[in-house]
Design a protein around this ligand. Sequence first.
Ligand SMILES: Nc1nc2c(ncn2[C@@H]2O[C@H](COP(=O)(O)OP(=O)(O)OP(=O)(O)O)[C@@H](O)[C@H]2O)c(=O)[nH]1
Ligand SMILES: [Mg+2]
Length: 510
Amino acid sequence: MLHARRPPSVYSQEDPLSFALRPPDAESDLDRRARLQNEADAKRISDIIDEQLKVDRRNFEKSKQDVRLLLLGQAESGKSTLQKQFQLMYSPDTLDQERTSWRTVIYFNIARSVRRVLEFLDAHGDIFDEDVAETPIPDSMSSQRTLEDLVHQSDADDHSPQSSSRPYSSSASPIITEAQRQIATLRLRLSPLVAAESTLADRLSGGVRVSGSGKGGVYVRHGWQLRSAARNPSSAGRSLSSVAVASPVTESANTLNVYEVVEEVGRILDASKEDVKTLWRSEVVQKMIKRRRLRLEEWAEFFLSAIDRVAARDYVPSTDDILHARIQTMGVSEHLFEVPLHGRSVTWHLYDVGGARGQRHTWVPYFDEANAIIFVAPISAFDQYLEEDPRTNRIDDSLQLFTAICSNQLLKNLHLVLFLNKTDILQNKLANGVRVRKYITSYGNRPNDYESVVNYFRAHFLQVHRKNNEKKRVLYSHLTNVVDIKATRSIIANVRDSIFRDYLKSAALV
Ligand SMILES: Nc1nc2c(ncn2[C@@H]2O[C@H](COP(=O)(O)OP(=O)(O)OP(=O)(O)O)[C@@H](O)[C@H]2O)c(=O)[nH]1
Ligand SMILES: [Mg+2]
């Protein structure tokens, strides 16, 4: 006798889940259609997930063949500048897309430099007495008065009908020099530009303040260019306008979008350019720079000397400007490049890290997967101290950091490249008579020329490597000036080839 059975069902009696999901015995037509629709939807979603998993697996397999390169070194050593050179070489279009964003950084660099010069002059009033021509001022003026007071006084004098002919009382003391008077006027006239610094800083950092990483500058995370993309809202829509302004250029700045803020600073800069020039070229400032009492960073001098060009209303940063622009990296930012190798392309992940002491803990998670390191050490910095720890000489810090990198167990097998950077600045310092021995006493009586100084510093780095090299790894070292496009291009090509040689060996692809 035949026993009628339900057709074999996917809803197995043994599997409790299937059992729970089985259709009811008496299913209506409507319910059945709904159930089948749901099942079809579920299958479609499941297929999409499966497909995505396959893609992820493929990407994962491929990514195991990617090159991961860490750019390490102290703050201001030139890591981000080197990253820009990679970008210029392997992804020039993206640098072009970012070009206008750099205007914000460059304006910020200028406003900051102007403030620093003015602060220096304020803090060192005595320099005016040294050997700049002096003009006595009336007895009634107390030496306690600020330079602004003096400007107001001189303004008042200027408006008085007799101002030009009014004689100052003779050898009275205290005295105000003509140079002081001029600087005081400039200080007042440049105040809108100086005030723009903090607005631009907020634009760039998104209002993030970093503690424990030095006292100056502004830190940016990866992707800051989007926040600072200074595009005309009439062509780009109003989408950028949501960025808040913490410290406005003017009272209305809170309501301005990025484009408008940067445009406004551009207008201020244009209106102030003659004053910036006068300040920068003034005898007292140039004298203080020459005597090294006023020490400005390299980018400050670069942009202040180019103020006419940078302050033009239709200014678009050149590649050279972008390479000189200074902004501090926060944490680790990853940049992807497709680098050709024997007719195919290999994805390079470049990790550009923040080098200040307070940022260094963020590097460690990237050690595990890395294939190669470029350690950037600025050898021009022998006469400088860490911003975050003014007792530590910057070359000393670089050597300590290099020791930590060479001896780190996680990094023992990585391809290691050393860039002894900022050779152009080193050359300038030595040509201007700055003596290494004054800052590095162990330098002794060695000649103070470029060759000897480079050899001395290089020997120290090589020694650190030798002492921490149980695995007999090769150290590739280069003397670099990473703002020089042509020279850096050929060094990058050299580094790329040496990394690929190791990579091909370890991937057993040859
Ligand atoms: N003249 C000259 N300037 C350089 C050189 N390398 C870097 N600079 C400048 O030095 C400044 C600092 O360089 P960055 O690349 O921002 O330094 P960094 O190592 O990324 O610094 P952090 O992000 O703070 O860790 C920038 O203004 C660069 O233009 C160089 O070889 N020569
Ligand atoms: Mg950086």
